[in-house]
Design a protein around this ligand. Structure first.
Ligand code: ATP
Length: 278
């Protein structure tokens, strides 16, 4: 393993994550992220917003060093987690406290909920009793998982599987969780329940979150800051409350046209688009 590069000054107030002007290319030619910068303050919840294909998942995978498996590469810029360049950490990132919860609730379907949770502790070396204690801690946050601990994960509900993958991430004792589309395909009530638990983990355990979401409304309720991605660029960022009140955000991401969410593509206001990008 290569020696991690440590940034010169790691002050107490330094962000837990800082992404600086990164560019990501797939297959050597497909430029997907173009100069993306963002920060997650220590103990913060930050939302990464944007439509399908905007580049949210690519950003998270760049941070967690998972692009190689997809023939992707960070070709410019830098990513610091806890003051250390992530690219110099190879597969040490989880042990250092940064873990990604993938889109699509990827629980191991043939394992029980409890077995799934225990797989999350594989990077730990602090012994069985500490792990058992943390399992109890996960069950305290997710009482539904305690009830379903012996059930085969593949036969549990979508909400329970989402809770299971977040619980599994918690078993690695993370400082930060990169959470990809936790609301996808879930009923609003379950989404709310999951976001409440995220908030709880943030407040009580001090876990920082970078939350990639298409559900702008919900994400901005729980985050303190948000970044909006479009076509691989950050087109706007700001305090969550200010973003939720912003006319453009309301129109493009919070507005509803009939029974369907308006998308940026549906909007013909050229002037507004110019203002947005300007
Ligand atoms: P979604 O909500 O659908 O996951 P997203 O905002 O997370 O969207 P990404 O999955 O990061 O977006 O995709 C951004 C762009 O990169 C898309 O145009 C997508 O087609 C492209 N892309 C993603 N993965 C690859 C890959 N492995 N090879 C080539 N292009 C890719």
């Amino acid at each position: 393993m290569s020696t991690p590069k440590v940034a010169p000054a790691t002050e107490a107030a330094a962000p837990v994550l800082s992404v600086n002007n990164i560019e990501v290319v797939y297959d050597h030619v497909i430029l997907v992220l173009k100069g993306v910068s963002l920060e997650v303050p220590r103990g913060g919840i930050v939302a990464l917003l944007g439509a399908n294909g905007a580049g949210k998942t690519t950003t998270l995978k760049a941070i967690s060093n998972l692009l190689h498996a997809e023939r992707g590469e960070v070709t410019k810029g830098s990513i610091l987690f806890d003051g250390i360049e992530v690219q110099s950490m190879s597969n040490d990132l989880v042990r250092r406290g940064c873990i990604q919860v993938m889109e699509g609730r990827r629980a191991f379907p043939h394992l029980t909920i409890e077995e799934n949770l225990l797989t999350g502790a594989f990077t730990r070396k602090d012994g069985k009793s500490a792990i058992t204690q943390d399992l109890e801690r996960v069950y305290a946050y997710f009482p539904r998982l305690r009830e379903r601990r012996g059930s085969t994960a593949g036969y549990t509900s979508g909400g329970e599987q989402q809770m299971c993958v977040i619980g599994r991430a918690l078993m690695s004792c993370p400082k930060m969780i990169l959470l990809d589309e936790p609301s996808m395909g879930l009923a609003p009530q379950i989404v709310q329940e999951i976001f409440e638990i995220v908030k709880d983990l943030n407040v009580k355990e001090g876990v920082s979150f970078l939350l990639a979401e298409q559900n702008t409304n919900m994400a901005l309720k729980y985050a303190s800051h948000g970044y909006i991605l479009e076509n691989g660029r950050v087109v706007m960022d700001g305090e969550a409350r200010a973003l939720a009140a912003n006319e453009d955000v309301k129109e493009f991401y919070l507005g509803v046209a009939g029974d369907r969410r308006k998308s940026f593509r549906d909007v013909k206001h050229y002037k507004r688009r110019k203002r947005w990008l300007g």
